[in-house]
Every structure is written in C-alpha cells, then in structure tokens.
Design a protein around this ligand. Sequence first.
Ligand SMILES: Nc1nc2c(c(=O)[nH]1)N[C@H]1C(S)=C(S)[C@@H](COP(=O)(O)O)O[C@H]1N2
Ligand SMILES: [Mo]
Length: 330
Amino acid sequence: MLIKIERGWQLPERIATPEALFRNRRQFLKGMGAIGGALVADSLVLNSALATHDEGTNNDPSAELYPVWENKTFTLDRELTPEKFATHYNNYYEFGSQKEISKLAQELPIRPWTITLDGLVEKEAILDIDDLLAMMPLEERVYRHRCVEAWSIAVPYSGFPLQALVNLARPLGSAKYLVMQSFEKPEIARGQKQFWYPWPYTEGLTIEEATNELAFMATGYYGKPIPKQNGAPLRLAVPWKYGFKHAKGIVRFTFSEKRPRSFWENIQGSEYGFWANVNPDVPHPRWSQATEKFYGPNGVMRMPTQLFNGYGEYVATLYSDFAKREPLYM
Ligand SMILES: Nc1nc2c(c(=O)[nH]1)N[C@H]1C(S)=C(S)[C@@H](COP(=O)(O)O)O[C@H]1N2
Ligand SMILES: [Mo]
C-alpha cells in the first residue's frame, strides 16, 4: 500500500500512548537493526520464491477437498491472471510492505487454526478450521480483484459464501456490522513488530454487505488450498471493494452494533475509508482511479476502472440509503 511516511506526532492516537511505546520499545529496537539487511534480503527472497512456485500448499491437510464444483454464475470479461503472478505479487503487511512476501509468509503455521465467532451472537463459539471447512458448502468462483493502488488481477477462488458463516454464527437482531480480525504473531510476522501499525489487521462490513451473495470466504485458490501469502487458511473476497477490505489469515468474526475502525482507516482515514467501493470517478487523494493495470496472461494492460469494479448489478442497491451522506468510494 502506498502511504505517506507518518511523523511520530501523526500516529493514530490509540497507538501513540506512552504505555504502548514502552511495551514495544524492545521490539522496535530489534526491528531497527533488521532494516538495513531487509532490503538486500527482499530481492533474494523474490528470486527464490519464483523458483518454487507451488510452495505452501503441499502439506495442507485440506488439500483433498479441492477442486470443488465451479459456480458459473460469476463470469469474467477477461482472461485469468497467471497463478504464478497472483501468488507472488502480494500485499500482506504482516510480512512486510513489499510485494515479494510469499517466501516469508511460509513461516505462518496454519494448523491448528481456530476461528472465534463472538459479539452479538446467540452463542459465542470457537471452531477448528477443518471442522468449519467440513460444514461449509464449498464452491469455486472467478472474481476480479482491484487494489486501491490501481493494479488488478482475475483469479479463481474456492470457498463458501460469507452468508453461510453468518447463518452458522446466528447473530442477534441488534448486530449491524461484522468485524474481521487477522492473526497476531509478531514473533513470526516481522511486519507486526512495526508497532506504529494498528495490529491486528481489522476489517468490517455491514451485515447487509456480509450477506450479499458476492461476499465470499476464500479457502482455496486455483483449485488448491489457498497459499499462505494469499491469506490461508481463510480470507475475505468482496470484489466490488478495493483490495484492502479483503482481510487475510482471519481468526475472529465479531458481530457488533458499532462500525469498526479498520486497519487502513486507522492509518490514513482520508485515503482508505470504511466503504472503499470501487469508483473510476472518485480519485484517491494522490492518484486517479480512472484506469487500472490488469496483470493478465499477456502481461500488464491498462483498462478502464468500472463502477463497483463491474459488480454493480449485485451491490448497487446496498448503498441507496447512504448516498451523499458518506464517502462510499474511498
Ligand atoms: N491481513 C492482511 N490482509 C490483507 C492485507 C494485509 O496487509 N494484511 N492487504 C490487503 C490488500 S491491500 C490487498 S490488495 C489484498 C491482496 O491480496 P492478494 O495478495 O491475495 O492478491 O490483500 C488484502 N488483505
Ligand atoms: Mo490493496
């Protein structure tokens, strides 16, 4: 993600407390020592990552679940992005701010992995990921993915409708938002040692968005378990919204009456808002969103951005109540 370098005095209030600074000082000092080496290491990482492109899915215990049936309701207006590109050009700040994190992400243990369902639900629950996978109706869908940085890809996800998880959780009538939180393991994910980021990665949807038929929980990618760098074992896919809404490595779903403050909103709310619906006519404060760089089988192509990333027929009606009152497209 492209962000402005924050000065200390611009840190989000929540993390700039003396207590937080004190608690993290040792990690901070350790992190500083690593920065010089990191630049060199990252280019080595890219080379070795590209050499072993099916890393990560070999030992996944859910491997025998895939491939799953193809839901043909969702179609593409372009060819798929090559798997090798989609699995080696990533955003996953837990592992660093560069695109080449696929190798580092292999350190994340994805078993055992539990999912907590809590907040405004009939009964809070902690589920083992493999039990959850066994309960959910798995299918494959092809979706386009549009990052706020203006690059895009088209990929086959396997997984289940988020609606199925919401039904399983049985939220109370008072729940208005679904909050998703990613894992927190600073000892493994070196980006989480950077205490000025508001970890854990947090995202949210309204319940209406979460139960829209497009909202999908991805557990597979290209007909196999989803690789760690793409968000194993569980990541969100909401293709009408910018990529930063698609939380990876989710461990908790909380039903809430209050709108959560998401990770990027916390860092730079004027650039990365809660709604983040794709709109070619609403520029990012520092660049245009009129076109995107699509990474396809023939390399990169400039293409026009579409309203709601081309998914308006499914989601445009979700926003009629909010029109003009909220920054829906940032
Ligand atoms: N936990 C977590 N989830 C995340 C991110 C992140 O840094 N941490 N980056 C987001 C952004 S900006 C994008 S574009 C997508 C990228 O997903 P991909 O690497 O599978 O294409 O992941 C999103 N999910
Ligand atoms: Mo993104």
